[in-house]
Design a protein around this ligand. Structure first.
Ligand code: NDP
Length: 676
């Protein structure tokens, strides 16, 4: 079998491994299948290429341009994912595992592509939070904005997810507008290299946006500056070492880390054997122990169950684990493949032995287990191993030693406080799960463990059919955790994107802030045109373009008619005396919805034209009641514009209603689709 040369992609060129390369063995056969690493990498040239070619090209694109690019890249990967499946078997992963790694990575990229279009503007500036009013008369305001860092993101990834591990960092980085240098773990870098080749083949990434280091990173970290970010996944030992790189410390380089985690799963005190929830608990634990042969940062390492259920849980898990066929991941009957390497197998066995000093192994013998379709002694196979720790209060290893394989420990708890204390003994983890049908238990546990966990996953019979699983990090939700887990948030919707952006407080007049953010601010300048704004197409409308309507009086007959027509005869609109007894109203008042309807009647231009639809209304506030005899007038202003497709875009209008004394009566944002 030929040995695959895994290249690096540096400053636009593929660089083959040299004689310093490391050999990579198949997890199944132990044979050398690839080699990676070169001493010829010019790390400064790679950084320069990212900073001077990739960064400017990405920053010239808007958030939406980059979101569309991500979508295209994900589509290209999706169309070619079988190539990644084929390669991944040699990492020890089964077809089921590929769904997490390959499909999970592509899915994550799609989610960021979609979030970029929905939650970010089609521009170069992201407004973080509302305008802050810093002055009495509104001539001086503040707005937090986020802009892409002008450096490079260095991604150092763990071996266990060669595709997802890359894409979960790359998607938010590229969406932010920052180029990346990806350094996968050497033992599985041949899969990452293939994925990078596919992404480049898509032709969608600008030059310099993505580079790849297969093998050692050399002195790259010594060359980072304040505009760069290191995003690391791997062991706490490596994280600890890399965090202290003098250049990173001296230049305050951001370091996002996701490292060891001793995740717990708690069986609620309300869940008894032979119930749906009890079976659900066993299923979640079994799945987390055996997916990726337990080499998952979110896997369940600690199984916390009421004392009375310890035996039933161990019996149930024994039966479930007995049914897991171990073997060549390509064999259809295989449910659990191999660890990634012989070295990882040694590490797992050594750490499992440490657990064994505090706990009894109740399932799985590494010296006696069956493997189908492969040579047990050549591949990095181990069986799932279940331990029982009788005294979890005194034990240390079960809470602190992460065995990165199919190994987990059952511990009994006395009461919920005890369960909480044990869960928190992990000193910070990525996820804790709880199986309970009792909302009071869920609240008690969540409030007491949330500070120690990045994610709390609660499941029961109501949610189990659709729940995504204890171990599945979702791009929308925080993935990361405090303390031992590294303190980072690799994922979490736009939170992940902000790691690669600078948040800056900008202060100035409304006009200046409007110009910077591309969004109209109520105190900002207004523009009028001879034509009604509803007759103007998306591209013609200008931020700040405003229509002032004539006033309309609201009579008591209007209010009565509206009440009878709609059926809303609430006393405040119908009964003067009753309304006056209400502390909010001086007497009978107009319905808020009547005011909105009159406002539309005042600002709408009725002819067929470019306004296609009214799609919603945000931030509605009624500030002052309107009584019979009062009049209202409307100001309608283009606040923001977002192209949606070739045919139309969304226009966000700021609408304010004032009375005859110029007092603000109501305010809202109206969303319309306008033809381009
Ligand atoms: P490592 O910490 O050994 O390696 C992680 C990454 O860091 C790899 O890409 C590795 O590259 C790189 N690296 C190591 N040393 C340096 C260095 N001096 N400079 C730059 N980069 C470096 O973790 P592994 O991936 O090997 O996994 C080992 C352990 O990490 C597991 O047993 C588990 O305990 C933990 N782990 C935890 C995860 C989590 O999210 N909780 C996920 C994965 C692993 P190279 O491969 O070339 O050495």
């Amino acid at each position: 079998m030929s040995i695959r040369d895994v290249a690096s992609f540096a400053a636009g060129h593929w660089i083959a491994p040299d004689k310093t390369a490391r050999e990579i063995a198949s997890a199944i056969t132990g044979e050398v299948i690839a080699r990676a690493g070169t001493a010829r990498l010019d790390t400064q040239a790679m950084l320069d290429h990212a900073r001077t070619v990739g960064g400017p090209a990405l920053r010239a694109m808007t958030f939406h341009d980059r979101a569309r690019m991500l979508k295209g890249v994900a589509q290209h990967l999706e169309a070619n994912k079988h190539l990644l499946y084929d390669l991944s078997f040699d990492t020890g992963a089964t077809q089921g595992d590929h769904l997490f790694d390959v499909d999970g990575g592509i899915g994550t990229t799609f989610v960021f592509a979609s979030k970029g279009r929905r939650e970010m503007p089609d521009s170069h500036v992201y407004c973080d939070g509302p305008v802050e009013h810093l002055s009495r008369h509104g001539s001086f305001l503040g707005q937090h904005i986020c802009v892409p860092l002008q450096g490079v993101a260095v991604h150092i990834n763990a071996f266990n997810f060669p595709v997802w591990g890359m894409l979960e960092k790359l998607a938010p980085t590229l969406l932010a507008g920052v180029p990346a240098i990806v350094k996968p773990a050497t033992s599985t870098c041949y899969v990452t290299e293939a994925a990078v080749r596919l992404m480049l083949d898509s032709g969608l990434l600008p030059a310099g946006a993505v580079q790849l280091v297969s093998g050692g990173l050399g002195d790259m970290l010594d060359r980072l500056t304040c505009q760069d970010v290191v995003s690391f996944t791997g062991s706490s030992t490596t994280a600890h070492k890399l965090r202290q790189t003098p250049a990173l410390v001296a230049n305050s380089v951001r370091f996002v880390a996701e490292q060891d985690s001793l995740n717990a799963s708690i069986l609620g005190p309300d869940v008894l054997p032979d119930t749906e929830e009890f079976d659900l608990f066993l299923k979640e634990v079994q799945r987390e122990m055996t997916t990726k042969a337990g080499q998952k940062c979110t896997a369940i390492r600690r199984i916390l169950v009421p004392q009375a259920q310890v035996d039933a849980v161990i019996d149930g898990l024994r039966a479930a684990l007995q049914g897991v066929t171990i073997g060549d991941p390509r064999a259809p009957e295989t449910r659990m493949g191999a660890l990634v390497s012989a070295a990882q197998k040694r590490d797992v066995l050594q750490r499992a032995a440490q657990i064994g000093t505090e706990a009894t192994r109740v399932f799985g013998d590494p010296d006696a287990f069956a493997v189908v379709g492969a040579d047990k002694d050549r591949g990095a196979f181990v069986p799932p191993m279940l331990f029982h720790c009788p005294d979890p209060d005194q034990a240390i290893h079960v809470h602190e030693t992460e065995v990165f394989g199919p190994v987990s420990t059952v511990m009994g708890y006395r009461d919920l406080d005890h369960a909480v204390a044990l869960a928190n003994r992990g000193q910070g983890s990525l996820v804790a799960s709880l199986i309970t049908a009792d909302p009071a238990v869920a609240r008690d546990v969540t409030l007491n463990i949330a500070a120690y966990h990045g994610r709390v996953y609660i499941n029961n019979a109501t949610s189990m059919k659709e729940a995504t699983g204890h171990g599945a990090p979702l791009p929308h939700m925080v993935h990361g955790g405090p303390g031992r887990a590294g303190g980072g948030e690799e994922l979490g919707g736009l939170r992940a994107v902000k790691h690669y952006m600078q948040r800056t407080a900008v202060q100035g007049s409304p006009e200046i802030l409007s110009a910077i953010t591309g969004t109209w601010i109520p105190e900002g300048p207004e523009y009028t045109t001879p034509d009604h704004p509803f007759t103007r197409r998306f591209g013609q409308l200008r931020i700040g373009e405003t229509l002032h309507t004539k006033p309309r009086q609201v009579t008591s007959a209007d209010i009565t008619q509206f009440a009878q027509f709609t059926g809303d005869t609430f006393y405040a609109h119908m009964d003067d005396d009753a309304a006056a007894r209400n502390p909010f109203f001086p007497g009978r008042v107009a319905h808020g919805y009547l005011l909105l309807s009159f406002a539309a009647g005042l600002f709408v231009q009725p002819d067929e034209g470019p306004v296609l639809a009214n799609t919603g209304l945000d931030s509605l506030r009624f500030m002052k009641p309107v009584q019979p005899g009062d009049s209202i007038k409307v100001r309608l202003t283009v606040k923001a514009k977002t192209p949606r497709n070739a045919d139309y875009g969304e226009v966000r209008w700021h609408v304010s209603l004032r009375n005859q004394n110029d007092a603000l009566v109501a305010e809202y944002e109206l969303l319309t689709m306008v033809a381009r």
